[in-house]
Design a protein around this ligand. Structure first.
Ligand SMILES: [Zn+2]
Length: 478
């Protein structure tokens, strides 16, 4: 009988699949713990946040200001939450984000509605239907109590089940506080060496370094208003010898915006910007590689958080000739749609561009990075000088992009705009940021999720990359 044969075939295939796949899958799953639930409840003045896990793990819990956040770090975990919306607006709890923070390490960021302190954080063993639980009790606190707790090292919670932290009596806190690099690491010797003008300005800038007392205030201002002026850590970018022949392999950086604990903008249907950008980045990488004369480096090729300055550093380490950052926006007016192209400028071309840069530059904050130790003034002056040249090149490439994208899709008005995007601040690499469309617009959101549109759109970028480099080569040969 034909159907018996067919059933036998299916069974055979299934058996083969089970024998091959299951042992691998089983070991893979056994190795990775999974978060199975997140619950938030309010009792009296206490907001309790509970995470349920398939295994017991090590945790680190700490708070950050501007905006007020609780950060929970843990080994890399998978997420299989129940099919219901994430909790929001319970007691001091506003919302939460989660994702891969770096390889081997996951992060949850809890946004607070007002200053709050961690009263207790502890692990509970499985009981009844519940698996391992991490319990964090939060309570609203005065600004000063909040700032006092910020100064403490992270709370460490170990699987031994001991209470890692009980607010009044500060316990053993072994871990060093996770901090951004010290200002001393954020100097720019190789930028200094670029020219004597830069050098002298840099020396003056170094003298401007704020004193300790002024520093706190400055930093607060920085985080509130000037977040776009993120600093870079300068290391010498490998210099490739200039060749004037036609077929020099150029390295192109493709930067998929956001990732991990930073989802980016959230679309009408709930789609995350970080997924849209990665899908386009992969398509673009494929196309550029097919074009033959480009080496492609992706700042990320999975759902992971990469700090903005790290993205720039990847480009410099690769000796890149072009940096393309991919994003998608969302605005209140749901009718607005279409892609636009941005290049760096300290002065934004218009209000919307400035607001957009501010939003995009919050990536590090959203993923729970502590930026309170940044010293941006020095680096800003240096970047400004060193960047003039690559800014011109960026503008040329942006113009080419607008031309080539226009042939394929309807663009936003004033398509090429300027603003202070942190991710465009490689001083020596022409860089553009493409907002591929608006996830707040139904058409854009749908288009960006189709392979066909991604193909068309990335085709436009590849065409622009090719024309840009042939123009550069022509100019060099003249
Ligand atoms: Zn974005």
């Amino acid at each position: 009988m034909w159907y018996q044969k067919k059933i036998m075939n299916v069974v055979m295939v299934a058996l083969v699949v089970i024998t091959i796949v299951v042992p691998y899958e089983r070991s893979a799953f056994a190795a990775s713990p999974v978060v199975t639930d997140v619950r938030v409840s309010q009792r009296a003045s206490k907001t309790r946040v509970v995470f349920e896990f398939t295994r017991d793990l090590d945790f680190k819990v700490f708070i950050l200001a501007n905006p007020h956040r609780v950060v929970v770090d843990m080994p890399e975990v998978g997420w299989q939450l129940p099919a219901r919306p994430l909790p929001s607006r319970v007691g001091v709890f506003e919302t939460l984000r989660y994702g891969l923070y770096k390889p081997g390490s996951s992060r949850v960021v809890v946004d607070l509605r007002k200053p709050a302190v961690v009263k207790k954080a502890f692990l509970m063993k499985p009981a009844g239907v519940h698996k391992y639980r991490l319990v964090i009790d939060l309570a609203g606190a005065s600004k000063s109590a909040f700032l006092r707790q910020i100064k403490l090292p992270p709370i460490e919670i170990t699987p031994a089940g001991k209470v890692g932290f009980d607010a009044p009596k500060a316990p053993t806190q072994k871990f060093a506080r996770v901090t951004a690099p010290k200002p001393s690491q954020v100097s720019g010797p190789e930028v200094l060496s670029r020219s004597s003008i830069v050098n002298s300005v840099a020396k003056a800038a170094l003298r401007l370094k704020p004193q300790k007392t002024r520093k706190k205030k400055k930093e607060a201002e920085f985080i509130d208003k000037d977040i776009e002026k993120l600093t870079l850590i300068f290391r010498p970018a490998p210099r490739k010898p200039l060749k004037k022949s036609q077929n020099v392999i150029k390295t192109i950086i493709i930067d998929a915006g956001h990732g991990g604990a930073d989802p980016g903008t959230i679309g009408r249907s709930g789609i995350y910007e970080k997924h849209i950008t990665l899908a386009m980045a992969r398509e673009l990488a494929k196309k550029l590689k097919e074009a033959g004369r480009f080496k492609v480096v992706m700042t990320r090729n999975r759902d992971i958080f990469i700090p903005l300055r790290k993205r720039v550093q990847i480009a410099r380490d690769a000796g890149a000739s072009l940096f393309i950052s991919l994003h998608a926006d969302a605005v209140k007016n749901r009718k607005i749609r279409g892609p636009s192209v941005y290049t760096l400028s300290e002065r934004a071309s218009d209000k919307e561009a400035a607001a957009l840069a501010e939003k995009e530059n919050k990536s590090d904050l959203i993923a729970g990075m502590d930026l309170s130790h940044e010293s941006q003034e020095v680096a800003n002056i240096l970047i400004d000088l060193a960047q003039r040249e690559s800014m011109n090149q960026s503008a040329l490439f942006a113009t080419q992009l607008v031309t080539d994208l226009k042939r394929r899709t309807k663009l936003l008005r004033n398509t090429h705009r300027f603003a202070g995007f942190a991710v465009l601040k490689a001083p020596d690499i022409p860089s553009v940021l493409i907002e591929m469309g608006f996830l707040s617009n139904r058409t854009d959101e749908r288009l960006l999720q189709t392979a066909k549109y991604r193909e068309k759109f990335s085709g436009g970028i590849v065409a622009a990359v090719r024309s840009y480099f042939s123009n550069v080569e022509q100019a060099q040969n003249q």
